[in-house]
Design a protein around this ligand. Structure first.
Ligand SMILES: *[C@@H]1O[C@H](CO)[C@@H](O)[C@H](O)[C@H]1NC(C)=O
Ligand SMILES: *[C@@H]1O[C@H](CO)[C@@H](O)[C@H](O)[C@H]1NC(C)=O
Ligand SMILES: *[C@@H]1O[C@H](CO)[C@@H](O)[C@H](O)[C@H]1NC(C)=O
Ligand SMILES: *[C@@H]1O[C@H](CO)[C@@H](O)[C@H](O)[C@H]1NC(C)=O
Ligand SMILES: *[C@@H]1O[C@H](CO)[C@@H](O)[C@H](O)[C@H]1NC(C)=O
Ligand SMILES: *[C@@H]1O[C@H](CO)[C@@H](O)[C@H](O)[C@H]1NC(C)=O
Ligand SMILES: *[C@@H]1O[C@H](CO)[C@@H](O)[C@H](O)[C@H]1NC(C)=O
Ligand SMILES: *[C@@H]1O[C@H](CO)[C@@H](O)[C@H](O)[C@H]1NC(C)=O
Length: 426
């Protein structure tokens, strides 16, 4: 849904002497010159950022901090080459094209017409007509981030990045559904559909809009304006801190602040620090019948002292893609031989991990048994990858393992079966 917003005309104060509207016919080219369109304060920039060698993103970022943190992008699934161009045509079309002139992305304009573009101090890039009525704005098409003064309507969505350094659409979704429920989901890659809801406001029939207000509060309101749910809140002032809320690649929605000046209120470090986040423990929240859980297959999730989820591999396993902790784990050893004559039972043993489980991937269950019995029944079974032993219960786990977690609330222990000569890769 497009809605029309009247722009505040910013006074041309001393800080914005050089600020100009983006006029029809203007363009930017992806190259090493770093040319950008700045907001009046210079706090936000619109332009190209080089993400990998020869791969550029058309983006908006915080421009006064060294991190140049990206808050929006046009072509996240499709990095473009040097020489690509974004152009505001004389007729108001706003398009990104590659060096051969092939169109990669275009703004979907409303009918009000376009006379100019502007990078605003809110971080919103707008295309507007001569009465400053907005035809298109980046705030209506968020990628993974919301900024103060931004709202999200029904059917609005944030999709997490694939990883810390890969901005492609990734594994998680945060959406205000058309039924009014605000929810976080795992995504069913490579399909675009939502898979498992691991957080929600339970506001079916009443949720209308998500508001990130100027004071740094994010909340869900009903159509009549009453607050239904405080999603995240913040006790710092917008004049002293940059703020952003992002659905991160690990599935956690976090509210971050960054001091605008050294020696700001509360003596915060000159870096992004987390003010609030949901859900509180994603490792325990994602228990899906299909899919890998909060981490990749065969790995396990645990909250660090910084409350961030970590994905790790069991002993004897290693991460599939060293650049992506969520890519899952592969065994460093050959599977157990299932032939009757060569069972290899004596070549395997267990690594014990307390408070560890991979829920829902059981294929056998025994109760009122001892731990020794549980170990033996797994050792004798070439299909058994892991056994869980808890309170006299024994579960045999299927490969690949999913929903792995380590948490003091889990109890019991995981018995991870590995080949004794575990360092050898067959
Ligand atoms: C463009 O930005 C990159 C990365 O910040 C920097 O290394 C380079 O020197 C800049 N180029 C120019 C011409 O400013
Ligand atoms: C907008 O107004 C300016 C100045 O009045 C005029 O030169 C320009 O042609 C107008 N643009 C459009 C698209 O109407
Ligand atoms: C941008 O264009 C609009 C519409 O023509 C105009 O009202 C406004 O003053 C311009 N702003 C700047 C900074 O030039
Ligand atoms: C801008 O769009 C609004 C809404 O459609 C319209 O009323 C207004 O006349 C337009 N202004 C110009 C200068 O075209
Ligand atoms: C980012 O991840 C996607 C999905 O795995 C992959 O297709 C793409 O090549 C990656 N992009 C980069 C720049 O590594
Ligand atoms: C506003 O809407 C909510 C949800 O639909 C409802 O519970 C509440 O009573 C309404 N408040 C007023 C003042 O109408
Ligand atoms: C933002 O929301 C909070 C909580 O509802 C409220 O206390 C504060 O006054 C609001 N700030 C603005 C600028 O509307
Ligand atoms: C092999 O297993 C032992 C425990 O049996 C462990 O200490 C060692 O780190 C493992 N080595 C590798 C390479 O996984």
């Amino acid at each position: 849904m497009l809605f029309v917003l009247l722009l505040f005309l910013l006074p041309l104060s001393a800080t914005s002497q050089t600020y100009r509207n983006v006029t029809l016919g203007s363009s930017l080219t992806a190259n090493n010159a770093n040319s950008t369109w700045l907001s009046p304060s210079g706090e936000f920039a619109f332009g190209f950022q080089q993400i990998i060698q020869g791969g550029y993103l058309l983006a908006i970022w915080f421009n006064k901090i060294p991190e140049r943190t990206i808050v929006w992008s046009a072509n996240r699934d499709n990095l473009i080459q040097e020489g690509s161009k974004v152009q505001l045509f004389a007729d108001g079309r706003f398009e990104l094209s590659d060096p051969r002139g092939q169109r990669i992305w275009a703004a979907t304009l409303s009918r009000v017409g376009v006379a100019y573009g502007a990078m605003l101090d809110t971080g919103n890039f707008v295309l507007a007509n001569n009465s400053s009525v907005v035809s298109w704005q980046s705030f209506d098409e968020p990628t993974d981030t919301l900024l103060p003064t931004q709202t999200m309507n029904q059917d609005g969505r944030l999709v997490s990045s694939f990883s810390k350094t890969n901005y492609s659409r990734g594994r998680f979704l945060f959406t205000l559904q058309t039924d009014g429920n605000l929810a976080s989901y795992t995504r069913n890659l490579p399909m675009d559909d939502a898979s498992f809801a691991y957080w929600s406001t339970q506001t079916m029939g009443s949720g209308f809009q998500v508001i990130f207000n100027q004071s740094g509060y994010i909340f869900l309101v009903a159509k009549n304006g009453s607050v239904l749910n405080f999603v995240a809140s913040n006790a710092v002032s917008t004049s002293q801190f940059y703020q952003r809320a992002i659905l991160e690649y690990d599935g956690v929605f976090r509210l971050y602040v960054y001091p605008k000046y050294a020696h700001s209120e509360g003596g915060r470090a000159m870096a992004w620090s987390t003010m609030d986040f949901i859900p509180s423990n994603i490792c325990m929240r994602i228990t899906q019948s299909t899919g890998s859980g909060a981490c990749g297959f065969n790995s396990f999730c645990s909250l660090g002292t910084d409350q961030m989820p970590n994905c790790d591999c069991p002993v004897g396993y290693s991460v599939v893609d060293p650049n992506d902790r969520m890519s899952g784990c592969k065994p460093n050893f050959a599977a157990q031989n299932c032939d009757e004559e060569a069972r290899e039972t004596d070549l395997f043993s267990f690594i014990e991990m307390p408070n560890t489980d991979w829920p829902l991937s059981d294929y056998a269950y025994f109760h009122q048994v001892t731990e020794d019995w549980c170990r033996q029944v797994c050792l004798d079974d070439c299909f058994c990858t892991v056994a869980i032993y808890r309170d006299g219960n024994c579960w045999k786990k299927k490969y690949p393992l999913s929903n792995g977690r380590v948490d003091s609330n889990v109890g019991g222990k995981a018995l991870i079966k590995i080949r004794n000569n575990n360092a050898t890769v067959y």
